[in-house]
Write a protein that binds this ligand. Structure first.
Ligand code: GLN
Length: 470
């Protein structure tokens, strides 16, 4: 069996086209890896072996006929919140344990049209509620770099699968950090695109004004290819504006000379792990050495971001989860977990007559101020760089009984969702064997710029090559 450990989408494409191996061989390798590691890591809820091999055979036929598109024959995994025709979609909740979708969502359809191979559906915090991957009705996912630690959530299985070589890349969702935080905990690249850049149609809704659909890859370059295949306007999702989709790979090698990188002072605060701070500052100095200009900026309302997020998000969650009445989908009566119940209660409370003005309306007003903060900052700088998470990955069980400390781990990521801007998490090193990532934030629809900035760093610091020992 070939060793595909350091394969990327980009290099796999070249090798598939040169017939060094087939998509079926590649798919078998990943299925083998899943069989080897899934019991321990719990990254997948459903493995679609039969479907994967059929898709790989089809891809091989096309490759044989000379077709070569970037994702043709590439084995991927999907967070189990993407509805897939004929395959279970559980959202990691017992409520949907037996739900089989009768359609493919837009992204799934686009990926299938691009010729990918779908290996299975990955684990998550139930309904995407969580930051650690432990809030799954199918058991917690483990961090592949140290199985005593959490991989981050809510998209826990997807980055774990990519890091542990159980898929070449994988999809996730990010409502308050669920792509960027686990990407940083698992030493992979994760993009939360601009709100509306990728269609939400056919992805189970968490909080509809915040949900963003994005992907995990080993490299920045791969992420650009994956986004390319999934971005764009969609008549099925009215929040996807018809903004042209640029070539996301075009500016990858443009470097950072002359770019202004904002460093928001509110993000380098007490409570930030000194080792995370050190690695982030090291990355910032490297950018400076490459001719970028570091500019201190201020996002003065940052201190309210978590509160605003946990009001607006729970309000929207309470409304979205109201559809699980047992009539059409699962039976919620006894099976919603504690976290979903907590959010439904909080959300219903902040929306209720008498409290609406004090909580929901006030939060919406502060959201406007958070939008203004970011707008003002981007008048002075091209991008901003912050840590992705205030802490290193924590031990399994460490925060499960303390929801508030779990919520605080989103402190650096929720702002982007409230404002709708894109954020890219890129590996910047390790502390005691545990991965650390930085977050690159940019103006709306500037994903190409984030890739440019992220790729410059990664090319000189290929941390992604440091694979976990399993
Ligand atoms: N950790 C955050 C929460 O629990 C974000 C979740 C997400 O982005 N889906 O709400």
């Amino acid at each position: 069996m070939n060793n595909f450990t350091n394969l990327t989408i980009k290099t796999a494409r070249e090798k598939l086209d040169k017939k060094e191996f087939s998509s079926v061989e590649l798919t078998k390798y990943y299925l083998e890896q899943i069989k080897k590691h899934n019991d321990r890591l719990n990254a997948f809820i459903t493995i679609t072996e039969h479907e994967a091999l059929t898709m790989a055979e089809k891809a091989d036929e096309k490759i044989h006929n000379g077709e070569s598109t970037p994702l043709l024959g590439i084995p991927l995994a999907l967070k189990d919140i993407y509805v897939t025709k004929g395959i279970k979609t559980t959202a990691a909740s017992k409520v949907l344990e037996n739900y089989v979708g009768h359609y493919d969502g837009t992204v799934v359809k686009k990926l299938k049209d691009a010729g990918v191979v779908i290996l299975g559906k990955t684990n998550l915090d139930a309904w995407a509620h969580g930051s650690s991957g432990e809030n799954s009705d199918f058991g917690p996912t483990k961090n592949p770099y140290n199985t005593d630690y959490v991989p981050g959530g809510s998209s826990s299985g997807s980055p774990t699968a990519v890091a542990a070589d159980m898929a070449l890349a994988a999809s996730g969702t990010d409502t308050g950090g669920s792509i960027r935080l686990p990407a940083s905990f698992c030493n992979v690249v994760g993009l939360k695109p601009t709100y509306g850049r990728v269609s939400r149609y056919g992805v189970i809704a968490m909080a509809s004004s915040l949900d963003s659909i994005g992907h995990f890859t080993k490299t920045v370059e791969d992420n650009a290819l994956y986004l390319q295949a999934s971005a764009g306007g969609d008549p099925m999702d009215a929040t996807t504006p018809p903004v042209a989709v640029p070539d996301y790979s075009e500016k990858l090698d443009h470097g950072v000379k002359g770019l202004k990188i904002g460093v928001p002072k509110e993000y380098f605060i007490e409570g930030l792990d000194p080792k995370v701070r050190e690695l982030t500052e090291k990355a910032l100095s490297w950018y400076q050495s490459q001719g970028a200009k570091l500019v201190e900026v201020s996002l003065p309302h940052t201190k309210y971001a978590i509160e605003v997020y946990y009001i607006i998000q729970t309000a929207e969650v309470s409304s979205n989860l109201a559809r699980y009445t047992g009539v059409r989908y699962g039976d919620e009566r006894s099976v919603f977990g504690d976290e979903a119940k907590r959010r439904i209660m909080l959300g219903t409370y902040v929306l209720s007559a008498g409290y609406y003005d004090a909580f929901y309306k006030k939060a919406m007003q502060v959201r406007t101020l958070l939008i203004k903060d970011v707008k003002d900052a981007f008048e002075k700088v091209d991008v901003m760089i912050t840590p992705a998470s205030p802490t290193l990955p924590w031990k399994l069980g460490e925060k499960t009984t303390d929801p508030l400390s779990m919520y605080l781990s989103d402190i650096f990521t929720v702002h982007a969702n409230l404002v709708g801007i894109p954020g890219l998490s890129v590996p910047i090193g390790f502390v005691d064997g545990l991965p650390v990532g930085m977050q690159i934030l940019g103006p709306h629809f500037k994903e190409d710029l984030l890739y440019q900035v992220g790729n410059a760093f990664e090319k000189e610091h290929p941390f992604w090559m440091e694979r976990p020992v399993l």
